[in-house]
Write a protein that binds this ligand. Sequence first.
Ligand SMILES: [Zn+2]
Ligand SMILES: [Zn+2]
Length: 363
Amino acid sequence: MGVLTAIALVLAPIPATAQPVTVGQEAASAQQAATAQQATATQQGTPAGAHAPALRWFKGNTHTHTLNSDGDSTPDDVVRWYREHRYHFLVLSDHNYLTAVEGLNAALGADDRFVLIPGEEVSGQFEKAPVHLNALNLRTTVPPQGGSSVADVLSRNVAAIRAAGALSQVNHPNFGWAITAADLLRAPGLQLLEIFNGHPAVNNLGGGGVPGTEAIWDTLLSAGVPVRGVATDDAHQFQAPWNLTASRPGQGWVMVRAPELTAEAVIDALARGDVYASTGVELEDVTASASEVTVRVKVAGTTKYRVLFIGQGGRVLAEVTDTPAVYSIRGDEGYVRAKVIDSNGKIAWTQPIVVRAGGQSGS
Ligand SMILES: [Zn+2]
Ligand SMILES: [Zn+2]
């Protein structure tokens, strides 16, 4: 069995607040840890992390519409829905429109309770294929970028969003069956990918021989693309909660782990991958060491759970029915991510942990 040098490197400096190590994160994290230790040593000789604020989970939705595009409610009403349903943060992402959030934050934001993050759904297309990406924590509108193929449109939009200083999120790849894994593999710089979108017409599960969004994610991860999986509402309709064919709020969200509730801290946690996606399952904790991955589910009433640990190629490595669910790393998984399915059909998805064997493959 190989030696897991990459993971050991990352986790060694931060045992007390072990965070999930995610695909592509190792080098940056190791570097950050080293830098932090250096800075601490040269400043006061305080043990690293002694004054680090405790990390907390914050619930949020990164995809929502208002009357500023094709939503049915004012920004104020939309924000109130999420505030009243105990979300901590919200991104208003109207089509090709940047809704100002300063006034809304002044009226409805609250330190440590709720924050609005400015955003836009950069909504372009290639021929008839809709290519939509969200720009999170955006300051100026990004117009949709054209291109010579779906992959080219994706690449140009990701680049434009990142150049504007925002975090990019590829939305509903199976909407209009527009975006394939092959397209995404040809688009550099991907950051977030919707693996669940709450709109009723986005074909999350795939069908007719076309892979679902989670399978698309596994294809990217298996190719070494460090993309984070997120769940969102893409809510348009707040006025008809009884209408199950409407795109309603409260369907899918993310839980990010951050030291404070600010737009910057939330975006940083999403970018680092300290986040899980959910349609209703809540987790206490996700931790990883060089030898195992542990998922602690917050058990709701009499609900029962299955925790699937998934690796390279989307292969199920193990199924665990106890919580905490512990997976022992062998070294040949490529990556390990967890999917928690409850007995009522709700799901949580954790981010992948890279497993790189230090020895020869197959040893
Ligand atoms: Zn869209
Ligand atoms: Zn949308």
